[in-house]
Design a protein around this ligand. Structure first.
Ligand SMILES: NC(=O)c1ccc[n+]([C@@H]2O[C@H](COP(=O)([O-])OP(=O)(O)OC[C@H]3O[C@@H](n4cnc5c(N)ncnc54)[C@H](O)[C@@H]3O)[C@@H](O)[C@H]2O)c1
Length: 333
């Protein structure tokens, strides 16, 4: 049984707390927020002790895993301190995305986890589900042949408009992580951003990828689309076939090049998982499963290192945009 303490009791921290309370592999033992009212309210809701200072929680409770659900600038500037406190205390960490909005701090966080040999995962919940695993297996089995392209779209409505880069830094850890999960890292990216009418920040983006494996790709991202239609689509094409993964984990279709027959996986209404919120359950359960079965820190899926690699791509896209769309090279990922 993994004993969990959560830092940051906003809506997302409460969602994590609910999941750890119900998951058979974990037990929620404490919650922590610098805002006493939030900590106390969550503590009474989940029947655990409230803390207001991370170090006190770590010193007073037997905790194996710290859930870091803080936020801050671009959804990520407050993760650094509690993550390093937890890692320094030798605790496993499952943090929220973005790993950090500051690439220097993100590098330090991943280096600290590596030095301490600590399991470090990030809630990159758009790929931690069975349908993405199936699609990736198809790639590994050669059903797509050599990869040629990956086209990704992630678009939602978010009126929040913290200029200039809230949209790409807060949302696109997800889309770029999905692209990287299927196609590996890019060696170059090139980006063009625009502002929807009335926006101060770059709310719609277009990013080209030149993957290290030779495939090419594209991401369209937006905070200007409605929530009533699907939010995500990922299409990967190769020399032998192509798949389309629709709306995170709703539908997956494989189109072989040599046959009109398709394989279609649909997420049934009888499935355990029917809403986007369930991606949190799946991601958290997978982390608990991996550490329970003794996987090493290097084997953790959607790890801190993966989240850092994604953030490096985001920073390269921003650099390309700022230089008028020149391609930016990335080190091997
Ligand atoms: N994975 C997803 O799909 C997804 C979706 C939405 C948001 N998020 C992420 O979840 C995170 C949390 O989002 P939110 O909306 O709940 O944020 P929030 O601002 O509502 O809550 C964060 C809480 O952390 C507390 N806090 C900050 N620093 C602290 C510290 N050092 N010690 C203790 N408490 C501290 C704050 O007081 C606040 O209550 C963000 O990083 C966001 O980007 C992820």
């Amino acid at each position: 049984m993994i004993r969990v303490g959560i830092v940051g009791m906003g809506n997302i921290g409460k969602r994590h707390a609910e999941i750890y309370s119900k998951d058979p592999l974990s037990e929620l033992v404490a919650v922590c927020d610098i805002d006493r009212e939030k900590a106390d309210a969550a503590a009474s809701r989940f029947g655990v002790k409230a803390y207001y200072v991370v170090e006190e929680m770590l010193a007073s409770e037997e905790i194996d895993l710290v859930g870091v659900c803080t936020s801050g600038v671009e959804g990520g500037s407050h993760h650094y301190e509690p993550t390093l406190q937890a890692i320094t205390a030798g605790k496993m960490v499952l943090g929220e995305k973005p790993i950090s909005n500051d690439i220097g701090e993100a590098r330090e966080m991943v280096a600290a986890a590596r030095e301490r040999g600590v399991h470090y995962g990030i809630n990159l919940n758009h790929r931690t589900h069975a349908m993405a695993a199936t699609a990736r297996q198809w790639i590994k089995e050669g059903k797509l042949g050599d990869l040629l392209f990956c086209n990704m779209a992630l678009w939602i409505r978010n009126p929040r408009d913290d200029p200039p880069y809230y949209h790409i830094r807060a949302l696109h850890p997800h889309s770029i992580d999905v692209m990287r999960y299927f196609c590996g890292g890019p060696r170059r990216v090139q980006a063009f951003f625009m502002k929807a009418p009335g926006r101060a920040g770059w709310s719609t983006i277009s990013v080209n990828f030149d993957f290290a494996n030779g495939a090419v790709g594209h991401l369209t991202g937006s905070y200007d689309m409605p929530f009533i239609h699907p939010i995500e689509r990922c299409e990967v094409g190769g020399t032998k076939g192509r798949f389309v993964l629709e709306n995170v984990f709703e539908d997956l279709v494989y189109f072989p090049h040599d046959s009109p027959e398709r394989i279609h996986l649909h997420n049934s209404i009888f499935s355990q998982y029917t809403s986007f919120q369930d991606t949190f359950d799946m991601r958290i359960h997978r982390f608990l499963e991996q550490v329970t079965q003794g996987d090493t820190p290097e084997e953790i899926e959607a790890s801190g290192a993966d989240a850092l690699a994604v953030q490096e791509i985001i920073e390269a896209a921003i650099a390309s945009h700022e230089k008028g769309g020149v391609p930016i090279e990335l080190p091997d990922q």
